[in-house]
Design a protein around this ligand. Structure first.
Ligand SMILES: *Cc1c(COP(=O)(O)O)cnc(C)c1O
Length: 375
């Protein structure tokens, strides 16, 4: 069976984990956490980063930092992972769901604009498959209505919008190092804070609502409970794994891009004959090869293709289910139909893409897809 995803060791993960243990400190904010923080701030020009236990936690921190309260509204795409909006629902916000473009799953700024009003407290965008949203339009809306932007950059590591790293544009950005992402640590994430005014409070929220971080810097002589918060910081064991991956980020990205390009090349015929839709890239965005997906004609075709691939030992998977139609939110949803989000719900299919996938396996997968469509 060719799996959909496979976690991997790239270099010194286990060596660094042993070093962390030998150092006598494996709780949060140890040596490897600091190395990861420095790496991200230097390489991507992020003002301040804080590793978290997940992207979900980083989103929850962003919602607390923005003081989201019952009665507030946030705007987010419907075609996304639950955590993008659950973090805000936890604080009592109403979620206004925006639609995707017709030709790719990123949020359409026109749809965002139609939902803005006085209650809007945040715009949350998701760079789907690591491909940038139209950040010029999104930031224009943000500035005009004075509403902060959170970039859910869970899939967007090492990807750029007009030469700016994704995650460096919004007030906050959140990343994931879950085993299905490009750079992994098992479970793990990161909050990026691009507006300095939020840095101190972010440290407090991450450390159970205490000013422990300033205490360790010698800024206060004892630490205590100063705000709400939770335990959002990961063990240094996670950071040790992550740091080993970061040391090899260029090799990892290069390999993933080779796989992605091979898929695109192999499937371009089917794309040109309109049997399937292929990912759409824009000139403003790089491709970080987070995901390779195809768009099937309809739900039935996709279901048959998934079974066909499975019978031939290839695990392919569909992706998000429109959140405005979810069991939890459909009863609360009062907005318009979101036809593009619903269409991607029914027709988008993700193909295996992981570091150890061989080019010959990519060819095998593409041949199977071609034979499915030639029947
Ligand atoms: C993976 C993902 C998340 C969740 O990341 P975790 O680290 O598992 O919490 C959130 N949003 C998007 C868009 C994702 O792809």
């Amino acid at each position: 069976m060719i799996p959909f995803n496979k976690p991997y060791l790239h270099g010194k993960e286990l060596v660094y984990i042993s070093e962390a243990v030998a150092s006598g400190k494996i709780s949060g904010d140890g040596l490897f956490t600091k190395k990861c923080h420095d790496y991200f701030e230097r390489k991507y020009n992020f003002k301040k980063v804080l590793l978290t236990t997940s992207c979900t936690d980083a989103l929850e921190m962003a919602a607390i930092l923005l003081d989201i309260k019952p009665g507030d509204e946030i705007i987010a795409p419907s075609f996304t992972f639950v955590s993008t909006v659950n973090a805000f629902a936890l604080r009592g916000a109403t979620i206004k769901f925006a639609d995707s473009y017709s030709d790719n799953p990123n949020v359409d700024p026109k749809s965002v604009l139609s939902l803005i009003n006085k209650k809007t407290k945040a715009i949350v965008v998701v760079h789907y498959a690591g491909v940038a949203c139209d950040m010029q339009e999104i930031m224009r809306i943000s500035e005009k209505y004075n509403v902060p932007v959170v970039e859910d950059a869970a899939q967007a590591i090492d990807s750029f919008y007009r030469d700016r790293p994704l995650g460096s544009i919004g007030t906050f950005a959140t990343f994931s190092f879950h085993e299905t992402k490009n750079i992994i640590a098992g479970e793990g994430g990161m909050l990026v804070i691009n507006d300095e005014r939020y840095i101190n409070r972010a440290e407090v929220i991450r450390e159970k609502g205490t000013n422990r971080a300033s205490f360790f810097r010698g800024e206060v002589n004892k630490y205590g409970w100063v705000d709400i918060g939770s335990s959002f910081l990961p063990s240094d064991i996670i950071a040790a794994y992550l740091y080993a991956q970061l040391e090899n980020i260029d090799a990892i990205q290069q390999k993933r891009k080779a796989i992605w390009d091979r898929y695109y090349q192999n499937l371009s015929n089917l794309g040109e004959n309109c049997k399937i839709g292929l990912p759409v890239l824009t000139p403003d965005s790089t491709n970080n090869a987070h995901m390779f997906y195809i768009i099937c004609a309809d739900l039935d075709t996709r279901t048959r293709l998934i079974s066909f691939m499975k019978e031939n030992n290839v695990h392919t998977v569909f992706h998000y289910l429109s959140l405005h139609k979810s069991e939890f939110y459909s009863k609360l949803y009062e907005g318009k139909d979101l036809i593009n989000s619903d269409r991607f719900t029914d027709t988008l299919l993700r193909l295996p893409l992981f570091y150890e996938l061989e080019i010959s396996q990519v060819d095998e997968i593409c041949n199977l897809i071609a034979s499915f469509y030639s029947e």
